[in-house]
Ligand binder design. Structure first.
Ligand code: HEC
Ligand code: HEC
Length: 328
């Protein structure tokens, strides 16, 4: 395919996105906003529940088992392993900054964090439980029961459990990364290599899909916009169907939520199928299947330097003092 044809196809693929592109000071990426309107006590209860294996059928698996907050908010596995060692069908995304995704899950089947949190509890290969099983276990714990009764008029209910967990998740925001400091005007906050990487990220066209505060998480796109990713990989199964599973529309086959790249340096392996072992592999595949291009190794390295600058340091949420950098 000639360069012009490639350009036109990319333009056609990406064209509907322009309306969505939120420009911040003229660029495609905006700094993560500081935390707002968080109820600190509910967040703290949510933090406890996030780490509580009683949310699983046999008290062995908590949210943190798969979303390890000390290693990027994911599990480092190609595919998640849940209760009884069961392997799930799909890769674990990070929970960091998930509050800023416009929907949850690779295929966007949950609209809110509250709706999302009920999923793993009931999933037979994740926590294998249900609320009728979980609520009595929590009720029997006097500390937890009293905390719920203090914070929620109706005490321990499914809605209140997921609300507390979602409140905690809204604190998992990695503000003030070197790149955000750079965006706010500190030109020395990132290296020259990262700065070149940011230019390449824009000139290759990555930013047409990975953009906004989360550098992703604000649109759906086909995996394989410019190449037959699934044909080349083989062994296609239900977890590869993407939005099609949600909408049943043919045009949604293999369409996924564009993932956030904020914490991507910490969350190998990559893609919904966990097939890219390294960031180098993921970037080469993106160039090939999303942009129809080869990419030079030197450019890959620069883009990695840029991606590394996106990861903010997460400070454990302190309910007594959650002062964050001033908004712009
Ligand atoms: C067995 C491992 C496992 C456990 C336990 C688990 N998760 Fe997940 N989580 C995953 C996987 C895998 C996905 C992606 C599933 C999909 O998209 O179909 C996911 C997706 C998510 C997402 C969506 C992120 C995004 O970018 O779309 C959030 C938020 C999340 N989990 C939070 C939680 C919470 C809260 C709990 C506890 C109630 C939990 N998870 C328990 C493996 C796990
Ligand atoms: C046409 C839209 C589009 C373009 C252009 C695009 N991406 Fe992606 N990107 C996606 C989608 C969709 C996924 C999820 C694919 C999947 O999991 O199957 C993804 C996944 C990724 C991942 C893996 C994230 C993870 O957590 O697993 C990385 C890294 C990435 N892209 C980087 C890039 C880079 C660098 C470029 C430019 C060279 C780029 N992308 C261009 C849509 C795009």
């Amino acid at each position: 395919m000639g360069a012009i044809a490639v350009f036109l196809t990319v333009l056609i693929t990406i064209e509907p996105l322009h309306a969505k592109q939120e420009l911040w000071r003229g660029g495609p990426i905006a700094p993560l906003p500081p935390l707002e309107n968080i109820d600190p006590e509910k967040a703290q209860l949510g933090e406890t529940l996030f780490h509580d294996p009683r949310l699983s059928a046999d008290d062995t698996v908590s949210c943190a088992t798969c979303h390890d907050l000390s290693s990027g908010g994911a599990d480092g596995l190609a595919k998640a392993i849940g209760i009884g060692g069961a392997e799930g069908p799909i890769n674990t995304p990070t929970v960091y900054n998930s509050a800023y995704n416009f929907s949850q899950f690779w295929n966007g089947r949950a609209e809110t964090l509250e709706e999302q949190a009920a999923g793993p509890v009931h999933n037979p290969v994740e926590m294998g439980a249900n609320w009728d099983m979980v609520i009595p276990k929590l009720y029997a714990d006097e500390d937890i029961r009293k905390t719920f009764e203090k914070l929620y008029p109706d005490g321990i209910t499914a809605d209140n459990i997921v609300h507390a967990i979602a409140t905690f998740e809204r604190t998992l925001v990695t503000v003030n990364s070197p790149f955000d400091q750079y965006l706010r005007g500190d030109k020395d906050a990132i290296t020259a290599e990262a700065e070149q990487g940011y230019q390449l990220f824009q000139s290759y066209g990555c930013a047409a899909c990975h953009q906004g505060v989360n550098v992703g998480g604000n649109m759906y796109q086909t995996m394989g916009a410019m190449g037959d990713y699934f044909g080349d990989r083989g062994n296609v199964d239900d977890s590869d169907m993407g939005r099609y599973t949600v909408t049943g529309r043919e045009k949604d086959r293999h369409v996924f939520k564009v993932p956030s790249l904020r914490m991507v340096v910490h969350t190998a392996p990559y893609f919904h199928d966990g097939s890219a072992e390294t960031l180098q592999d993921a970037i080469r595949n993106m160039a090939k299947y999303q942009l129809g291009r080869e990419i030079a190794d030197a450019d890959v390295q620069k883009i990695i330097a840029f991606l590394a600058s996106l990861a903010g340091e997460y400070e454990r949420f302190d309910p007594n003092d959650y002062k964050r950098p001033d908004p712009d």
